[in-house]
Design a protein around this ligand. Structure first.
Ligand code: ADP
Ligand code: MG
Length: 507
């Protein structure tokens, strides 16, 4: 030991210790095959890396993509640690003080951070309290009139009907812009309402054509980095073998084709799709009512933050598909749900997705078969699954192996949903219009189809859609009253099939 207390064996450098130098070896050693074999054996004995995030290091993935992913993962870890430290310091700084100082602005809000704390960084427009939503239209009571003597108002009153027709505009398809009329005291006559509705149908078809073109546009920007990371993890964990191309870029979701791997020792189908629900929520604001009034999801909806609501959509699709599968309806089978990504079986073959019904060129016989299949599926969905598709059209039906397959059921609701029957009416309109246009002579009118699917017997006046809708609304009202009185929905089985307006008159 010298005067400064250092030992001669362990000289300390101010830059820290350096590892002992590798023993030198000769060129002949380096070239030796025996040594190469020995090194290989040593490598094999190296403990296996079970963490999928670290398994990138195992050499399977050596392209720059993996490096980028790895860098992101490390950055994420680092940011998380910084944030935890910051929180600790914040607590220490504030102590028990009643007035506290927030360090929030110093946090590293990293885009790849999957932690709960950054759940709210979304492009969200809260629609739960829509300022333009009018108050509920006044409802005529069961007895069919209000007031006394000269001031009596019946349900056929022009003003009341007019207001109701205005409120009905709210139930046009989400993409139909109805302006701010909803917030005003507008009174639309049945005639005006009916022609407006007609106009909307043709607008919907036109916008669907445009939307179709958009689907072929680039999908580069379609998923955010957080989602890409989730997808990447599915591959690195072996659940998916590989993610191939993008099949569709819609408003609410992006769909990818992928090859399945293994999940908890169970094989995932050879060909699957990943339906990624978009996390930019603007597109979802019109769809709130499909979920917030669905009693299955209602309680959770009110408590959740926006990002979690998106996950609820994926979850809803999963549950709805499960019900349909159970009833034997041809539809995709769910393999896995991970946050806002739903992995399900691919309808199609060898990377080629089955065509949408609107893109098929079926002969008359096949078209007729397809029609009866759809009719049966609508009945099964309503009666056995207790569901209304709520976005049924030739865009969400695929033709595969001589069979129509139903897809896209994230917005499907139970018929007892406050607008469930109106959604069903819209489905019937789409189905009936499509098959009639494609020359299926047997295709029923929208009204007949509605009665046939529900087993109800609402009065039909082909010329007057508003009148039919009024009957539907009366039924929905009956259900709502039932919920208020009894705390549960009206059991479908006890709908006797008689028109509700007659009941109202009888009361
Ligand atoms: P969106 O809500 O965006 O309309 P969809 O569920 O309808 O989402 O999917 C969009 C498109 O992706 C469909 O029109 C269909 O072409 C394709 N697709 C979706 N699911 C499947 C599937 N399981 N198999 C094959 N193609 C699918
Ligand atoms: Mg769709």
């Amino acid at each position: 030991m010298d005067q400064l207390g250092r030992t001669s064996e362990t000289p300390k450098s101010p830059w820290g210790g350096c590892p002992p130098a590798m023993p030198s070896c000769s060129l002949s050693d380096v070239m030796s095959e025996e040594l190469a074999r020995q090194l290989e054996e040593e490598n094999k004995a190296f403990p296996s890396l079970t963490n999928p995030e670290v398994s990138l290091l195992s050499g399977e993935e050596t392209d720059t993509n993996s490096d980028l992913m790895l860098a992101r993962l490390l950055q994420m870890q680092y940011d998380r640690e910084c944030d935890t430290q910051l929180r600790r310091e914040e607590r220490k700084y504030n102590g028990e003080s009643k007035v506290s100082i927030s360090f929030e602005n110093y946090r590293t809000a990293h885009p790849y951070d999957g932690s709960e704390s950054s759940e709210d960084e979304v492009d969200w427009q809260d629609t739960r309290d829509d300022p333009y939503k009018p108050d509920k239209p006044q409802v005529t009571p069961r007895k069919g009139f209000t007031g006394k003597g000269k001031n009596i108002t019946t349900k056929h009153d022009e003003v009341v009907c007019g207001r109701k027709n205005t409120a009905r505009m709210d139930n046009f398809a989400p993409e139909v812009l109805v302006g701010d009329g909803l917030g005003m005291d507008l009174k639309l006559s049945n005639q005006v309402f009916n022609s407006l509705k007609q106009h909307c149908h043709s607008e919907q078809r036109r916008s669907a054509r445009l939307h179709d073109k958009k689907e072929h546009s680039t999908s580069e920007q379609a998923v955010d980095p957080r989602t890409r990371l989730l997808m990447y993890k599915m591959v690195s964990a072996g659940t998916l073998e590989r993610i191939n191309g993008c099949i569709s870029t819609g408003k609410e979701s992006v769909v990818f084709h992928a090859n399945g791997g293994m999940l908890e020792e169970q094989p995932v189908p050879e060909e699957v799709v990943l339906k990624v629900f978009k996390t930019t929520l603007n597109e979802f604001k019109n769809r709130d009512r499909y979920i917030k009034d669905d009693y299955r999801f209602k309680d959770r909806f009110s408590k959740l933050n926006p990002r979690k609501i998106i996950r609820l959509w994926a979850e809803k699709e999963m549950h709805n598909l499960a019900r349909m599968k159970k009833a034997g309806i041809p539809c995709p089978e769910v393999a896995l749900l991970s946050k806002h990504i739903l992995v399900m079986s691919f309808i199609g073959k060898d990377h080629v997705p089955a065509p949408k019904l609107k893109d098929t060129m079926l002969g008359a016989a096949d078209m007729k078969t397809a029609y009866y299949q759809v009719l049966q599926m609508m009945q099964q969905m309503y009666q056995e699954c207790n569901l209304v598709h709520a976005d049924l059209s030739e865009y969400n039906m695929l033709w595969h192996q001589g069979q129509v397959w139903l897809i896209d059921v994230s917005q499907s609701v139970e018929p007892s949903h406050p607008h469930g029957l109106q959604f069903l009416f819209r489905d019937c309109t789409n189905v009936s219009t499509f098959f009639q246009k494609r020359g299926v002579a047997e295709a029923m009118s929208v009204y007949e189809l509605f009665n046939c699917v529900t087993g109800l017997d609402l009065t039909i006046n082909e010329e007057d859609e508003a009148e039919f809708l009024a009957q539907i609304e009366a039924l929905e009202k009956r259900n709502e009253d039932h919920v208020q009185k009894r705390g549960k929905t009206f059991p479908l089985s006890s709908w006797d099939g008689s028109p509700p307006l007659k009941h109202a008159a009888d009361d």
